[in-house]
Design a protein around this ligand. Sequence first.
Ligand code: SF4
Length: 488
Amino acid sequence: MDTATLDKILARLAEEIPNYRVPVVDLIAVQTRDPYKVLVATILSARTRDETTAVAAARLFAKAPDLDALSRLTEGELARLIHPVGFFRNKAVYLTQLPEAVNKLFGGRIPDTVEELVKLPGVGRKTANLVVAVAFGKPAICVDTHVHRIMNIWGYVQTATPLATEMALRAKLPDRYWLTINSMLVAFGQAVCKPLYPHCDRCPVVRWCPRIGVTPRRVPAGSTAVGARPELRLISWNVNGLRAIAGKGFTGIVRQLAPDILALQEIKAHPEQLPKEVRELPGYHAYWLPAQRKGYSGVATFSRREPLAVRYGMEVEEFEGEGRVLTLEFADFFLINAYLPNAQPELARLDYKLAFCRRFTEFAAGLARQKTVVVCGDFNVAHREIDLARPEENRQSPGFSREERAWMDLFLAAGFVDTFRLFHAEGGHYSWWSYRGGARQRNVGWRIDYFCVDVASRPRVKAAAILPEIMGSDHCPVELLLVAPLPS
Ligand code: SF4
């Protein structure tokens, strides 16, 4: 994950966190900026639930509001006061030693640097960083189990230990997050991204999270919690050659996008020609429909969920062999991954394309009589003038001919919705750019990649987007967020 994506996640979490419980050490810091209390509460909080820490800290501070008072308590008294925090006996020993150590090493002042704080009994780097950040408001990155775990789930770091995470974050994390990252991720880790079975089904940042190494919880049946209607992230992408894009960070991009279903077009390869890490994307079931002709056309669909059935082609012989239509059937919808033919220069293949598209309409409309149909892929048609940058120059170009646009009208009239236009009425959004003349930099493009759904299923569409920042092909991915149907 890059820092731009992290920015989006942390901005979203900043809106969300006020709804979560605040970690106890931050609560204590809000009540008092007293470094002594923040230090002691932080020592108590290690391996202890927040509720337990809060009660124990209140009991202790009532008897020992400062270092002097602490020094007058015996180890036994301290153990009784802080019981049942985790390792309370060890912590009682540290607390007995603390006043003398602070007096001797720092003249009675709680130090404000990590290097000094770790010299005190019972204070490790995590505690020291937290005290520096929370009590003194100084730049420090406190890496506890939540920060370490979540930063690795997001792929922002790839580290084995919290110390390695701290070092990696010091080198990479923008300063503006140093003070707040711990409290944000502790609150988020306790409420949503839990250590065991994170609640991905109600996670506000799920669209950016690659969920590395995660097993999400099962959504409780009949749950009515916010977000309990499970949401699927579908991505469609004409990759213009899987072998080519494999060498351009394809697997990393997929991890970053974290789709539930990934539909690829123009793969131009048979699975056995691909590197294993592409052929067997971890966490996905893969279905292939390559063209008979090697290095040409072809589609593939990867799905986290195993489908009930898979259909290869459209059951009409004259349209088979070019690897263009692959359908996965799930309990509540069909996903049709399509790579519609190109009409070719001089519209040499227009008749074939139109015949293919007519059959495609019948095929999709037939499935829509059974349940939700999601159609995605490269249609090789820009529907309206706002769907390409230079309509005037392309009146009879393949992909914008009157006949192809008329077919698209008929397809929509047959009961389908262009989901992108549900959310974006304006022009300037494209999914394909010629490699020539810096077209992508100048955004001289065409919108020819679509997600469509049958009209009746429109309420299931939560969002639709184009992802022009994703490079690697002359097309960019397009995205659909589909929610589960409402119970009937
Ligand atoms: S999507 Fe799941 S794994 Fe990712 S941050 Fe959210 S809860 Fe954690």
